[in-house]
Design a protein around this ligand. Structure first.
Ligand SMILES: [Zn+2]
Ligand SMILES: [Zn+2]
Length: 306
């Protein structure tokens, strides 16, 4: 029997316990900020320094600010209250779903037709998209646009940082002059955090940062393209995962039927039935943004972020 602790309701992403991925994201952001402003941009030739500072700086700044705002905002359904006694278990023989007829069993309030009860936050969220481990908070109707701006700015920021990193790597090893780097008769070495560094040391720093930026770029661009696909298909992450599950269940059911009736395996009827089952599963889905009442939302099946 699923259990949700009644004593904990997450109002925002800074509430304890923090998530390891959330901590990792801010360690990355802090590292990039330190390296960008303390070790990369100051070594670019003076005439290009404004571009080196403000290009990646503004993009990562927008990414960090929107990420922080999304983390601190409460995307809960407006009807959700936190001072009510909550049942700790749900009796499936009496109640099949957490939300029935827009009444949430755990929140004990009438919620909007687009709400879903997140088991990680233990509250109903309007226009639920997904529970984001990077923010330790839900992404819902209130925060989705900011969330999208955050991943867009972050992805573009990694591209701008790549440009700066490779510029410095090439300028250091191919030219090493004051036309490309911040060098002068009084400043013969590059500097990191105000201290002179050797070319070998700078090369190591650049390569390490290229690898770390590559990891960040992989995650952010993957997330960005996924959400562009969702927006273009007018779907939420939650709807997408439910669609995937329904298709997988339909496929498994078709395979089981083929195994049980091998003679019918290749017949058109079997294929038609599998196709019909799949379509039926799709048509029965009612998602947070579908405009129809969301009658059945499972508390224990909050989808993981992509
Ligand atoms: Zn609820
Ligand atoms: Zn959540």
């Amino acid at each position: 029997m699923p259990t949700i602790k009644d004593e904990f309701v997450r109002r925002h992403g800074l509430e304890w316990p923090l998530n390891n991925q959330q901590i990792g994201a801010w360690v990355f952001i802090a590292y990039f900020a330190l390296i960008l402003f303390g070790g990369l941009a100051p070594n670019v030739a003076v005439r290009w320094q404004a571009l080196a500072f403000f290009g990646p700086g503004i993009l990562f700044g927008v990414h960090a600010v929107t990420l922080a705002v999304c983390t601190c905002m409460d995307p809960a359904d407006p009807a959700v209250r936190y001072d009510l006694a909550r049942p700790t278990t749900i009796d499936r023989s009496q109640r099949k779903h957490v939300i029935m007829n827009q009444e949430c069993y755990f929140c004990q309030v009438r919620v909007s037709s687009t709400a879903k009860h997140c088991s990680a936050c233990n509250k109903c969220v309007s226009d639920f998209d997904h529970h984001c481990r990077w923010m330790n908070n839900c992404v819902g109707g209130r925060t989705y646009k900011l969330f999208f701006v955050s991943i867009l700015a972050g992805a573009l920021g990694t591209a701008a940082l790549f440009a700066l990193l490779f510029y410095l790597l090439i300028a250091l090893h191919a030219f090493r002059d004051s036309d490309h780097l911040h060098l002068s008769p009084d400043r013969r070495d590059l500097q990191v955090l105000g201290h002179d560094v050797t070319d070998a040391g700078m090369t190591v720093l650049l390569v390490v940062t290229i690898i770390l930026n590559g990891l960040a770029a992989f995650m952010l661009w993957q997330l960005l393209t996924f959400h562009i696909m969702l927006i273009s298909n007018k779907m939420s992450t939650f709807e997408f995962i439910k669609k995937q599950r329904a298709e997988e269940e339909a496929r498994l059911a078709a395979e089981a039927e083929e195994e049980a009736n091998p003679k019918n395996a290749a017949t058109p009827n079997t294929r038609c039935r599998a196709f019909r089952d799949c379509c039926s599963a799709r048509s029965n889905r009612v998602g947070p943004s579908g405009g129809k009442p969301m009658e059945a939302v499972e508390a224990q099946q909050a989808p993981s972020p992509p």
